[in-house]
Write a protein that binds this ligand. Sequence first.
Ligand SMILES: [Zn+2]
Length: 234
Amino acid sequence: MSRKTQRMERENETMASSTTTTTHSRNRSSHPEKDNLRNYSKLVKEELCLQGIERFEAIATKTVEIKESHRTNRCKRCWHDKLTRCICWHIPPLPEEQVTLPVKILVLMHYKEYLSAGNDAKLLLALLPKTAKQRSQLYVFGKRGEWEKFQDECSIDPTHTIMLWPAENALTIEGFRSQLPEDSPWRNEHKPIPERLPTLRVILLDGVYSQARSMFKTIKRRFRANNVPVPPCK
Ligand SMILES: [Zn+2]
């Protein structure tokens, strides 16, 4: 078996196993979601001959579509079975008055995590109040069109955009504040007036560590290529 074939086999296996969120063990051939993904993955590699980012986005986009079409039993908020396992009553949205600072959470979620019942970041999205000033936004990493929207959002005010990531040069909160421009209202330690604060965008990378690291590296590479400042890490 050639190295390329071996790699393709591994990718097939990885993608198929990533969609396993059921608690029941099933025969692989009787799992329509997996079968659809496997067939599409084969098509992308052997007939469409897509490579690199095109192949990644084609498979990711199809994976999201297949999940959405097969998991119609899932609650749209908590992603558990809406009839038997919905946990929404445990997680009421935070009262509006408790969320006063203008902070917007940008969740960049790996496509393999999307619609996974065990995912944690969707709880954060569910908890934050839905207001006119949107407090959070989900971007599915890999799904076509999502990267552009994510990058556009990060480009609005790079000075007040930060990424949570344990990088070697990660900043403390004080370190981040001290490197802000002198006139940034976020530098004022004492009783900040929310109305005067510009929105602080906080990027969360959601996935297992290898997926999050891959997203971190992609942000650095693609932002630099497009002249978008890479957000500092905290
Ligand atoms: Zn629910």
